[in-house]
Design a protein around this ligand. Structure first.
Ligand code: AMP
Length: 447
């Protein structure tokens, strides 16, 4: 006797998204498309793998993402390929590759799809996870740039943030908290980082091993520390807000004013530095409830200069990435807490799970032909229909309808077929009514 084959399991940190959860995933993505569309964004779908060099250059070789978490492999022609850990680099690459600088500026793009990072999996942190993100890119025209662009740049930043907040609001996401900061530009930040590093050197002995390592590689990341005993030390460190140059200060003030004009509520958080090298000036992060330690659902910021770093011409950029897995977790927590959530009521009827609206119970050869036609008509009208593939006694079929959670059973026997008056049973109260085919469609449409 042959040995039973071992079942193969999914790779650690990856998961299957299944119905009915996928209904919520689709709903979230649909709302994103609608809201982003109203802000003038078009969709881009970059590949999920790219030359490793793209991420090394854009995200930074020193970052955890590139140095430790990327899935990198040698292709058969010896080239180095990586699964994308994020998509901003890809969008910038595509912007250059397709000469988008010659389109009307700025170019506004959004994307959604899987990203890959080899992190330690836990609730809200996976090795394949999904992001919904958007980028605004603007190639500098001759004579453009410098301090006179500050009001325009700040307004664009504020509108991008407003768009994410509108999206979350449309989903009914609760407990949303927006944090903003300015991390300066490459000049004033460099000076600040040196000041910070010197100060950290002074208190080095009191820091844990992670912060001691970051002191060398990327001192800004020490500010991210969640370690209890490091908090009092961090509170005494120099703050970037006190070290911004005049232009960065003006930009940050204009951003806050623009957010106020849009009635977007925010909290200033001087410790918000973000993990990626390419950010400058505006950074922001959004947290939501019900997520425990991994409560950031969105991160973003400005990255003027990134396109140039990738071989394009001088270009400004601002964007964000929403962690879709976490967004969905938060919405699901909310739905558990409250049955009257706006989101639940906004899910299209009949789609909250995958229960059919109508189960067709049929008996007899003629009834089969009628059932096939009825199923086609109902499905074409957008109603979900289920029915037994072979003849089944009415009792058994109705039992199956109940099991599947159908709302109605359409009963088609010899009498119904010859009279054209079909029997529709409401399963919740067992009431029945006689309806012709057009009357049935009418009835369902009015639900
Ligand atoms: P980042 O690209 O690191 O700025 O992340 C943007 C957002 O993506 C975060 O706020 C998270 O919501 C989400 N995210 C990042 N890494 C993961 C992960 N490993 N698993 C799930 N979501 C993630």
């Amino acid at each position: 006797m042959s040995k039973k084959a071992e079942p193969i399991r999914s790779v650690k940190g990856t998961r299957d998204l299944l119905p009915p959860d996928t209904v919520l995933w689709n709903h979230v993505e649909e709302v994103a498309r609608t809201v982003f569309g109203t802000f003038g964004f078009g969709e881009i779908r970059p590949p999920v793998f790219e030359p490793t060099e793209l991420f090394a250059r854009a995200v930074g070789g020193e970052t955890d993402i590139v140095s430790k978490e990327m899935y990198t492999f040698e292709d058969r022609d010896d080239s180095q390929i990586s699964l994308r850990p994020e998509a901003t680099a890809s969008v910038c690459r595509a912007y250059i590759e397709h000469g988008m600088h010659s389109l009307p500026q700025p170019v506004k793009l959004y994307y959604m799809g899987p990203m890959f990072r080899r992190e330690r999996p836990q609730k809200g942190r996976y090795r394949q996870f999904y992001q919904i993100g958007a980028e605004v890119l603007e190639a500098l025209q001759p004579g453009q740039g410098g301090p006179k662009d500050i009001p325009k740049d700040a307004a664009i930043d504020a509108e991008v943030i407003e768009m994410v907040m509108t999206f979350f609001e449309r989903l009914g996401l609760q407990g949303v908290q927006l944090d903003i900061n300015s991390i300066g530009d490459k000049n004033c930040r460099r000076k600040y980082v040196e000041t910070l590093r010197a100060e950290l050197q002074r208190v080095k002995d009191k820091l844990g091993p992670d912060s001691q390592r970051r002191l060398e590689t990327n001192p800004l990341r020490v500010l991210d520390s969640k370690l209890e005993n490091e908090q009092p030390i961090i509170e005494t460190l120099p703050r970037i807000g006190d070290h911004l140059c005049a232009d960065c200060k003006a930009h940050y003030a204009a951003l806050r004013q623009q957010l106020d004009l849009r009635r977007v509520k925010y909290r200033e958080n001087w410790r918000l530095v973000r993990g990626l090298d390419y950010y400058m000036r505006t950074t922001f992060e959004i947290t939501a409830q019900g997520l425990g330690a991994q409560n950031a659902v969105c991160g973003g910021g400005r990255y003027d200069g990134l396109v140039e770093l990738l071989g394009g011409q001088p270009t400004k950029g601002i964007g964000f990435a929403i962690g879709e897995d976490r967004l969905i977790l938060s919405l699901q927590e909310q739905m558990r807490d409250s049955a009257s959530l706006p989101l639940a009521t906004r899910l299209p009827a009949g789609q909250a799970g995958h229960s059919p609206l109508v189960y067709i119970a049929w008996m007899g050869e003629k009834a089969q032909a009628t059932a096939i036609r009825a199923a086609q008509t109902l499905r074409a009208a957008g109603f979900s229909v289920e029915w037994p593939p072979v003849e089944q006694k009415f009792g058994k079929a109705l039992g199956q309808a109940d099991k599947l959670g159908a709302k109605f059973a359409l009963i088609l026997g010899d009498n119904e077929v010859s009279s054209g008056d079909w029997t529709l049973k409401t399963l919740a109260d067992s009431s029945q009514q006689k309806l012709t085919e057009p009357q049935l469609l009418d009835f369902l449409r009015k639900l």
